[in-house]
Design a protein around this ligand. Structure first.
Ligand code: T3D
Length: 263
């Protein structure tokens, strides 16, 4: 597929998707959703990538839904937003969460509405110091979607989630890092270097083990301790059967660096 609203690149085992509608702060159209879905599926189904980076072109990361697609005339039928969520946004969040490799959001600028929550759906969020996060939904009469009402209280607690969602204020990258909403804020000029060095690190690690970490931590929010302990036992069984576990132990015992293959 040739893409017009995103860019897709693979460098060794690191795949990078760049949202590419910079004039509209990379806001989502149906076409961009379709291209993004295709690119994420090719990362999932391909054999090369062991880490995915998601970023934005230009001065924004993503400003959420393209609102020019939502202008309604007086008396016209309202758009069924549940339909667009279940057709586009929800499958995207689920696909990123289920991807069996680390997904890094490199937030290069403003992340608003579904764009903010797209970043939060990723496993690690690194943001440029000048970037910001805005739960813009309340300003147009909507509630946070794209997983916002799920991720926000879990990441920052109910009080801050409620304030962010109901006020729609701009949260700086530094404040987001201080609150635990994201992994870290870095100098603007260092964003892609730091992200790519993290991505290359992940790409050389035991990918299946990292995928199991992701699965366990995601499940922990909804499990009892007992259920989580059982899940850990089951996932550790799977991890213990990987070649990378064998290699990790052998390398440790042999006092040499491990050579992980992701299998
Ligand atoms: O509809 C459904 O399917 C349900 C799902 C909804 C999910 C959602 O995401 S709802 C929330 C939608 N997003 C927003 O409400 C955010 C709207 N944007 C803004 O509030 C501001 O643009 C920002 C705070 C993000 C950035 O402000 P600023 O001053 O840095 O930039 P700007 O001048 O507002 O934007 C630059 C251009 O991008 C401008 O175009 P122009 O005038 O130069 O031709 C602006 O119109 C355009 N743009 C920014 N965001 C959107 C957008 N165009 C369409 N849709 C946008 N969301």
């Amino acid at each position: 597929m040739t893409y017009s609203t995103i860019r897709f690149a693979e460098d060794g085992a690191v795949a990078t998707i760049t949202l590419n509608r910079p004039d509209k702060l990379n806001s989502f159209t149906a076409h961009m959703h379709e291209e993004l879905r295709d690119a994420v599926a090719s990362v999932r189904d391909g054999r090369r990538a062991r880490c995915l980076v998601l970023t934005g072109a230009g001065r924004g990361f993503c400003a959420g839904q393209d609102l020019s697609d939502r202008v309604m005339g007086e008396g016209s039928q309202p758009i069924d937003l549940a339909h667009t969520l279940s057709t586009y946004y929800n499958p995207l969040v689920m696909a990123l969460r289920a991807l069996e490799m680390p997904v890094i959001a490199a937030v290069n600028g403003v992340a608003a509405g579904a764009g903010a929550n797209l970043a939060l759906a990723c496993d690690i969020v690194v943001a440029a110091r000048s970037a910001s996060f805005i739960q813009a939904f309340c300003k147009i009469g909507l509630l946070p979607d794209c997983g916002g009402t799920y991720f926000l209280p879990r990441l920052v607690g109910t009080a801050r989630a409620m304030g962010l969602a109901m006020l729609g204020d701009k949260l700086s990258a530094e404040q987001a890092a201080e609150w635990g909403l994201i992994w870290k804020a870095v100098d603007d000029a260092r964003l892609m270097d730091e992200t790519m060095s993290l991505a290359r690190h992940f790409a050389g690690q035991p990918t299946r083990g990292l995928a199991l970490i992701k699965k366990a931590i995601q499940a922990s929010h909804d499990n009892s301790l007992e259920a989580q302990l059982s899940l850990e036992a089951e996932l550790q069984r799977q991890a213990g059967r990987t070649r990378d576990y064998r290699e990790g132990v052998a390398a440790f015992m042999g006092k040499r660096p491990p050579r992980f293959t992701g299998c």
